[in-house]
Write a new protein. Structure first.
Length: 139
């Protein structure tokens, strides 16, 4: 996915001004063609790399007890920079502790729960009745 396509998807969801529900995008939309280490996990030193983030999050999404993994867009930057995400949503039946263990190579902070600032504005994201949202974040 190109930066232009990612920005178009974010705009379709109403853009993001830093208030209210944020856009969410798929792993493919956020990570394919992304080479900007500052776009996620910017506080990590050493940074595991964009490719590692993408691989680990895909492995989590591929688990039988995970319905999806989505990237929350925290900030849309100017000057052709990749949008910034400081968290991802894991829709799962697993415990936050288990999700944190799966994501250990990404050195996330303690997991949270639920959508930040409300449900995403455009996607009709269905959270199965037996699942919940575990939020992995990097501050």
């Amino acid at each position: 996915m190109s930066l232009a396509n990612l920005l178009a998807e974010i705009e379709l969801q109403g853009g993001y001004e830093g208030v209210g529900p944020e856009p969410v995008v798929s792993l493919e939309q956020f990570f394919e063609d992304n080479v900007d280490l500052g776009s996620i996990g910017g506080n990590l030193n050493p940074h595991p790399g964009i490719a590692t983030f993408y691989r680990v999050l895909r492995e989590i999404r591929d688990r039988p007890d995970v319905d999806d993994v989505l990237v929350g867009i925290s900030e849309v930057l100017e000057n052709g920079e990749w949008p910034f995400a400081n968290h991802v949503y894991v829709i799962t039946t697993a415990s936050p502790t288990d999700v944190a263990k799966w994501a250990a190579p990404l050195d996330s902070d303690e997991p949270g729960s639920g959508w930040w600032n409300g449900a995403p504005p455009r996607w009709p994201i269905q959270v199965p009745g037996d699942a919940h949202i575990v939020t992995l974040w990097w501050d």
